[in-house]
Every structure is written in structure tokens, then in C-alpha cells.
Design a protein around this ligand. Structure first.
Ligand SMILES: *Cc1c(COP(=O)(O)O)cnc(C)c1O
Length: 384
């Protein structure tokens, strides 16, 4: 179809090209140049974070976090099953067994009241994935972690700019992981960042990120030559990508406000139909400020959702469902187990559909998505 409304369009401010050209003119297109430094320090300053390092993706930020947690063979990581594969595969890379816990139906985040039952003497890490940029119940999760001497990794891939009780997501656990993939609020094509909240991990993180060398120390003049000191990998993004991100971070509030405005329009339009019980809307708990990463609806069941997605597509709008629970996926079966009962994970995941939402979304497109959706709900109402 000609005028299909996309589900996502990567954010573009306009100054990206200029900054990429600057990086080229600087004769520095590999990692850790001027643009990477600007991005790191902007993120540190804005989020009041101890240390932030850009990475090649949200996935590699998670890989770094899990490797820094120093897991031993047989150690266990607690995580929701309703999440992206990266959350789980980083724990597998670090040698852990996965223990999946059910989600809360209202936020689709890990159910903090079901975490304690999943803890064994092998549990080393809890992963808090902040779905749709809405925070997990972090006070409870941090209390449990402290009581049992467990580390907390925040998968804040979707939560850049969101807060929980005034704290930016990613800065609450031991480590936070952001994604700057093109589907996220701020982008560099592919990229991410690791937030380190305890300075005792700074040096090891730099070594891990720089192929196992102490090159970062060398560049700061703290050692007179650099050498291979430990296990490592390469997690530095190119300056070309960092330059693209810098244009977006400079306009972080503009992008955030713009997305929130679209989100609020959706919310206002769907509230009446939600009040009839036909659909359910996202719940934002007290103390959580979100970043409009996503606007989703919950329909009656998987059949209703498929019909909705088809109807929208036939009328030129792309809407999508989200994660198939990891514990039921081939790799989930291989690397993990579900602790307790799957009350909400599967059921709620089958009801959820995401509507188009991106920076600078055309107002006519937004109206079209709303009108078509309401049309569907009003007509299907009678038959079901
Ligand atoms: C996007 C995302 C990731 C991975 O980020 P990439 O930058 O694509 O590697 C991880 N976890 C969650 C929850 C995500 O949404």
C-alpha cells in the first residue's frame, strides 16, 4: 500500500549530518573520540550517574553488566520471561542459568512480589526490565537484593529519560543498560550505554570494553604504556554513530516532549472506550515518570488482537504485537526454567498491541490511527 503509516520512523533532528561530517573532519572515526565523550558526559550529568560508557548496542551493554557481575558456573539470574532476548542472552553469555518470574498485568514488568520465592543460594543477579519506559517497583527490588546480597541490573533499554521516585532509570541498580537502536527514543543506528553505579567497577569495565587492555588508563596518562591485562571484548561504538546520537541528546527534551504529546493524544482518545471495559490501557504507577517509549492497548485475547492488526493493516496502518514469552521459546527451554506459575506472562502478552509512535509523527497520521482503532472497537463490540 502506498501511504502505509509506519510503526516506527528512526528519530532525526537535522544536525546529525553536520556532526558526522565533523567527526570525519576530525580524522577520528573510531571509538572514544570527541562525540563519544560528549555523549558519555551528557548522560552522566543529566542522569546524575556515577559513570556512563557508550557501547555498540543495548545488548552489549547488558553483556558488559552481566560479565561485571562475575557469575560462576551454575549461578542463577532472575528475570521476567516477557522481555527481549538480549536480557536473557547476556546472562547466558556470563554462564548463568535463567530463572523466569511472572509479570504484573498492570505494567507488564516483573512482579516484585514473586521474586523472593525464586531466590536460591545460587541467585546472583535480578534483572529489572522497565517495560515501555515505566519503572519496575525498584524500592522493593532493591530491598530484596540487599537482604539476599544479590546484584541488580536494570535493563533500561526502553527507559532513557524515565524516572522512578525522582531517580533516572538505569541509575538505581548496580548497573543500568540503555539502547540507542533505531526503534528506541534516542538513536545512533545501533548503540547503547552502560551505566555503572558503583565506582569499584569503573576500571574493570574500561578494560572489558577495550579488548582486555588498560588503554583507557594509558590515554589518561595514568600508565606509560598499555598492555593486555584481562579478559575483554570490543564494545566501543564508532564516532560516526556517536555523532548521530549527540544531535539527539542535545535535543533530548524536545524529543521527549514530542513523544509525550503523541502518547497523551492516544490516551485521551482511548480513555472513553477503556472505561466501557472494551480495552485496557497502560498503567503508570505513582512515582513513575515515563518517556512515552510505547503506546499499547490490551484487547480481549489473541483472536481479537489478530483481527485488530489485520483490520489496521488493511486500512494502511502498521501495528505490532510484542514479545513471545522467552520461557516458551526454544532457547528459553534450554537455558532456563519458569519459577512458580505463569499466571499473566503468556495471557497478557497475547492481548497486547502497540500503536505507531515516533518523534515528529504527523498529526493526520495520528488522527487516522485513532479513528480507525475506535472504528474497530465500536463495531467489534457488538459481535463479541
Ligand atoms: C531494545 C532492547 C534491548 C536491546 O537493545 P539493542 O540496542 O537493540 O541491542 C534489550 N532489552 C530491551 C528490553 C530492549 O527493548
Amino acid at each position: 500500500m502506498e501511504n502505509m503509516i509506519s510503526f516506527n520512523i528512526p528519530p532525526y533532528i537535522g544536525t546529525e549530518i553536520e556532526y558526522i561530517e565533523q567527526a570525519i573532519a576530525n580524522r577520528k572515526i573510531c571509538g572514544d573520540g570527541q562525540f563519544t565523550k560528549k555523549c558519555n558526559s551528557w548522560l552522566q550529568g543529566r542522569f546524575n550517574a556515577q559513570k556512563v560508557l557508550l557501547t555498540t548496542s543495548g545488548t552489549t551493554a547488558l553483556d558488559m553488566a552481566m560479565l561485571l557481575c562475575d557469575l560462576k558456573e551454575g549461578d542463577e539470574v532472575i528475570l521476567p520471561s516477557y522481555t527481549f532476548s538480549s536480557t536473557a542472552t547476556s546472562a547466558v553469555l556470563a554462564g548463568a542459568k535463567l530463572v523466569f518470574v511472572d509479570i504484573r498485568p498492570d505494567t507488564m514488568n516483573i512482579d516484585e512480589t514473586k521474586i523472593e520465592a525464586a531466590i536460591t543460594d545460587k541467585t546472583k543477579v535480578i534483572v529489572a526490565m522497565h517495560y515501555a519506559g515505566v519503572a519496575c517497583e525498584m524500592d522493593t527490588i532493591m530491598d530484596i537484593a540487599h537482604q539476599h546480597n544479590i546484584m541488580v541490573v536494570e535493563d533500561a533499554a526502553q527507559g532513557v529519560m524515565s524516572t522512578y521516585k525522582g531517580k533516572y532509570l538505569g541509575t538505581i541498580g548496580d548497573f543500568g543498560c540503555y539502547s540507542f537502536h533505531e526503534t528506541k527514543n534516542y538513536s545512533m543506528g545501533e548503540g547503547g550505554a552502560l551505566v555503572i553505579n558503583n565506582e569499584k567497577y569503573n576500571e574493570r569495565a574500561e578494560i572489558l570494553r577495550e579488548k582486555g587492555t588498560n588503554r583507557s588508563k594509558f590515554l589518561r596518562g595514568q600508565v606509560d604504556k598499555y598492555t593486555w591485562v584481562d579478559f575483554g571484548d570490543s564494545y566501543l561504538p564508532s564516532e560516526l554513530n556517536a555523532a548521530y546520537l549527540w544531535a539527539q541528546l542535545e535535543n533530548a527534551d524536545l524529543i521527549n516532549d514530542n513523544r509525550l504529546a503523541v502518547w497523551s493524544e492516544y490516551r485521551k482518545a482511548f480513555e472513553p472506550i477503556a472505561n466501557t471495559g472494551r480495552i485496557e490501557l497502560q498503567f503508570i504507577p505513582d512515582g513513575c515518570v515515563h518517556n512515552a517509549h510505547m503506546f499499547y492497548l490490551k484487547l480481549k485475547d489473541i483472536k481479537d488482537r489478530s483481527m485488530f492488526i489485520d483490520y489496521m493493516k488493511q486500512n494502511g496502518v502498521l501495528t505490532v504485537f510484542h514479545y513471545v514469552p522467552l520461557h516458551s521459546a526454544p532457547a528459553g527451554l534450554k537455558f532456563g526454567r519458569f519459577n512458580g506459575e505463569d499466571v499473566f506472562t503468556t495471557q497478557e502478552s497475547e492481548r497486547l498491541v502497540r500503536l505507531p509512535l515516533y518523534y515528529n509523527m504527523d498529526n493526520n497520521d495520528l488522527r487516522k490511527v485513532i479513528d480507525l482503532s475506535l472504528n474497530y472497537f465500536n463495531n467489534q463490540n457488538k459481535e463479541r
